[in-house]
Write a protein that binds this ligand. Sequence first.
Ligand SMILES: [Zn+2]
Length: 428
Amino acid sequence: MTRRSRPFVALALLCVVPLAARAGDEVPRSTLTVSADFPGGSAEVQAMDAAGGVIQICPAVHEGRGWPCWWYLRVEGLTPGQPVTLKVAGNPRPFREKQVLSANWSQPQCAAISTDNETWSQTPKRERGADRIAVYRFEAPASRIWLASQPPFLPAHADALLERIASRTPGAERFVLAKTREGRLVPGIKLGGGVAEEPAPLAVWVQARQHAWESGGSWVSRGFIEWAAGDDPAAVQMRRIASIYVIPIMDVDNVTLGAGGKDAVPRDHNRDWSDQPVYPEVAAAQQRILDLDARGRLHVFVDLHNPGPGEPRPYFFGPLDLAKMPAPQQHNYARLLALTAESMREPLPMDSKYKFATYVKTEEERGRVSGTWVRNHTGDNVVAASLETAWDTPHSTQDGYQAVGRQLAQAVARYLAEAPWKAKPPTD
Ligand SMILES: [Zn+2]
């Protein structure tokens, strides 16, 4: 069972500005207000010193809705230029039975900061305070600011992106993948697919945000979509030979709630790839993937994630049994990785080796991870991997993430253009 807790905590403190007021004047006062009462918002205020510009928060716990590591709040009533100290602690309450999340999942080197809730920059690097508290100090750039653990990417952003791309890209089609458990729509877009006289033989599936807190994955998907829909001759060629399906947000419910999603009850979204999925969007993705594979079209599946704190560069999680796969299949995995590493150099250079999710302990659980499910249910010609894009670096920004997505799309385009469905293993 899940329990819906209040999606926000707002706290306003009044502070009397120490100005000499003439008799009869209204006493000038300033109010510092912190709130997270909006889609995706998440913060519990633990302490505040309005006069000193000090705010201490932790991510909200939504019991049963995953790790409390995502935070996103609005601060109003600042004086531009005033020093602000944002302290971020772990939430000490369990997010599910007897499980409390370590604070470092919510303490990036730099916090995301915005004056318009659209364009995000980074604060100076955090300092380490006492009791595992991260301290971010900066000057208020405006009277009203937004702060977050990463640049937010919400369903409204997905809708606007897909609308814009579909309206200007010939052949692009928006579609609804599914309706979530809570009745929200999960939108996606199909790019390319060739033309009626020459339908595209290949297909690619890219999805993000099975884990709601990993907003960086959605920014990567945006970079992917924008390049794949663009005028670069390689992108035009990819749209001619392939249908490209992209879902910017899978777990729309937890993203909207501002919950972390990871390790949710009854199931982590990325452990739901079984024969009986709990989440309708997983079931719908599985069905579309099976249909594409049945027609021999699917060749690349990429699930977009953010990894653990401190990871310096993006990397692929690959199949644990890679070394035991038939040679042509190994060749395909090696080729997609090589092309991605070649393409993804700046500002976030790709790791040139696959990593393996060895922390998944049982074969049964591993089978319920998206990439494994896809490998177990599709042909040997399909390369299925998760891209883990580092979120804890100075380049883990809107621009940095979109560069990663663009570079991934360039690598996939080259991979498909090489006709991997005919690829032969190396002869040496
Ligand atoms: Zn993840």
